[in-house]
Design a protein around this ligand. Structure first.
Ligand code: ZN
Length: 432
C-alpha cells in the first residue's frame, strides 16, 4: 500500500519543503551521499542489509542457548567457587594463555574479566539479534561477519580460537599487552580484540577494573609474562583466523537505554526522503532518512534534533554534502549521523561528550546539499566515517528505529518518503 501511494504521488507531488523549484526536485530534502560519490540519478542501488533488531532484546545482551537444546555446554556456577564449572573454565583459559602465549597474570585477569562482562564466561552465550556468540562474543554471521566460523561451543574450542586470533589477525591485542599493567591490559584487549574505542562507555572501565582485580586475586594470577608476538614458540596451529568484524558491533541492548526506540525529532513530522534511494522519478541514492518537523524552523524548540540513543559524540564537522553534521557512537556500537544543522554552533554537543537518549543535540537545517529544512538521519554499524554509497555497514534507519512509521517500509528496510502524511513522534511510546 505504501508503494502504491508513492507511485500515485511521485516525488514532486507535494511541495512541503518550500524551496522546491523545477529542475531541483532531485535535491528534495536531501542528500547525504558522500562528497566522493556523485548523485546517481535514475540508478537504483539495492542494498539488502537486514539487521535483526528484535523488540525483546535481553537486557544483558546475551542469552544462553541451552534452553533451546542448541548445543553446547553452558558453564554455570559462581566463578569464585573453585568447585564450580565456571571457575574451572576460567582456570583452563588462564593456563592456556599462560602456557601458550606467555601472558602475565595481569594480562590474563584482564582477558577473563572481559569474558565475564561479555558472556558471564559462558561459551554457550548467544545474542541471536546481534549474531554474536561465545566467551568473547564473536561475530557469527549477519552484519557482524563471521569470526566464529565452525568453532565448537566449548571453552576449549573458544580459547583455542582466541589464541589463534591473538597470534594472527588480532596480534596487536597480544603485543599491546606485553609488560602492560592492568589498565593497559584492559585497554589492549578491548581496543584490539573487541574492537571498542578506548572511550566507549560500553567498556564500563570502572566496573571491569574492579572485576579484573578480583579475578587476579581469586585465581592467584601473580606472575610475570614474556609475550613475544613474533615468537616462533607461539603455536597458532598454522591457521589463520576467520574473517569478520569484531564482536561488539552487534546491535544489542546494553541495558543502558532503549537504543532501538526513540526518534530524532519530537512532535509532528513528515518523512521527506527515503532509503536507500529517494522515491519517485529521481531515484537518487540517499542512504539515510529525512525527518522534517511540521514547523521546520532553524531555531527554537520546533527545530530541535534529539539523540536516538545513549552514546558518545565522535564527529562534529561541516561538509559539502551533509552540511554541518554530528555523529554519535551509540552504546550498542552503532553510529548515528544527524545532518544539515544550520551552523556548527547549532550542534549543541561537542566531540567526546556523552549523551543520553532523547537529549537535544542539534537542530534541523539546510546546509550542504539540502533544499529544505530537515535532519538527515543515517545509521552505520561499522564505521563513524562511512556515509557514502559504497560505505560498508550502512543500514536502514527504519530497521533500527523501533518507532519508525511502519507503513513507509514496504520490505527489507526500504523506506518510502511521504510528503502528505503527518506522523506524531509524541504519540509513540518511547519505551523498549
Ligand atoms: Zn537526507
Amino acid at each position: 500500500m505504501a508503494e502504491e501511494n508513492n507511485k500515485a504521488k511521485g516525488t514532486g507531488g507535494s511541495n512541503v519543503i518550500g524551496a522546491v523549484k523545477a529542475g531541483k526536485k532531485f535535491k528534495i530534502a536531501i542528500s547525504l551521499i558522500s562528497t566522493l560519490a556523485p548523485i546517481a540519478l535514475g540508478v537504483f542501488f539495492v542494498i539488502v542489509v537486514i539487521v535483526a533488531v528484535t523488540g525483546a532484546t535481553p537486557s544483558s545482551c546475551f542469552d544462553t542457548n541451552t534452553a533451546s537444546g542448541g548445543g553446547g555446554a553452558a558453564i554455570g556456577g559462581d566463578w569464585k567457587n573453585a568447585n564450580s564449572d565456571k571457575h574451572k573454565a576460567m582456570q583452563y583459559a588462564a593456563d592456556e594463555f599462560k602456557n601458550k602465549l606467555h601472558m602475565s597474570g595481569t594480562n590474563i585477569a584482564a582477558a577473563l574479566a572481559i569474558g565475564l562482562r561479555e558472556s558471564n564466561f559462558d561459551p554457550a552465550a548467544v545474542n541471536p539479534a546481534g549474531h554474536v556468540i561465545g566467551l568473547w562474543q564473536w561475530g557469527n554471521g549477519g552484519a557482524n561477519g563471521n569470526r566464529y566460523g565452525n568453532t565448537q561451543t566449548t571453552v576449549e574450542g573458544q580459547v583455542a580460537l582466541a589464541i589463534k586470533e591473538l597470534t594472527s589477525t588480532h596480534v596487536k591485542a597480544l603485543s599491546s599487552m606485553k609488560d602492560a599493567n592492568l589498565a593497559d591490559s584492559l585497554d589492549a584487549w578491548d581496543m584490539y580484540f573487541e574492537g571498542l574505542q578506548k572511550s566507549d562507555p560500553q567498556r564500563k572501565v570502572e566496573k571491569i577494573t574492579a572485576t579484573a582485580q578480583e579475578v587476579q586475586k581469586v585465581f592467584n594470577l601473580n606472575f610475570d609474562g614474556h609475550i613475544d608476538a613474533g615468537d616462533s614458540q607461539i603455536d597458532n596451529g598454522g591457521n589463520t583466523a576467520n574473517s569478520g568484524s569484531n564482536s561488539d558491533m552487534a546491535i544489542c541492548d546494553t541495558g543502558v537505554s532503549g537504543t532501538t526506540s526513540g526518534l530524532p525529532v519530537k512532535g509532528k513530522y513528515r518523512i521527506t526522503g527515503g532509503y536507500p534511494n529517494y522515491n519517485g522519478e529521481t531515484g537518487a541514492a540517499h542512504y539515510g532518512v529525512d525527518f522534517q518537523t511540521i514547523k521546520h524552523t532553524e531555531d527554537g524548540e520546533e527545530s530541535d534534533v534529539y539523540s536516538v540513543s545513549d552514546g558518545t559524540v565522535v564527529v562534529k564537522t561541516p561538509s559539502v554534502v551533509g552540511g554541518n553534521y554530528v555523529v554519535i557512537k551509540n552504546t550498542d556500537g552503532t553510529y548515528a549521523y544527524y545532518g544539515h544543522a544550520p551552523s556548527l554552533d547549532s550542534i549543541v554537543v561537542k566531540v567526546g561528550d556523552q549523551v543520553k537518549k532523547g537529549q537535544h543535540i542539534s537542530h534541523e537545517g539546510q546546509t550542504g546539499e539540502a533544499t529544505g529544512i530537515h535532519v538527515h538521519f543515517g545509521l552505520n554499524i561499522k564505521d563513524q566515517n562511512g556515509w557514502g554509497i559504497a560505505s560498508k555497514g550502512l543500514v536502514s534507519p527504519a530497521t533500527y528505529l523501533k518507532n519508525f512509521p511502519k507503513q513507509l517500509v514496504p520490505k527489507d528496510g526500504v523506506v518510502n518518503s511521504d510528503m502528505s502524511t503527518v506522523f506524531d513522534a509524541s504519540e509513540q511510546k518511547d519505551d523498549k
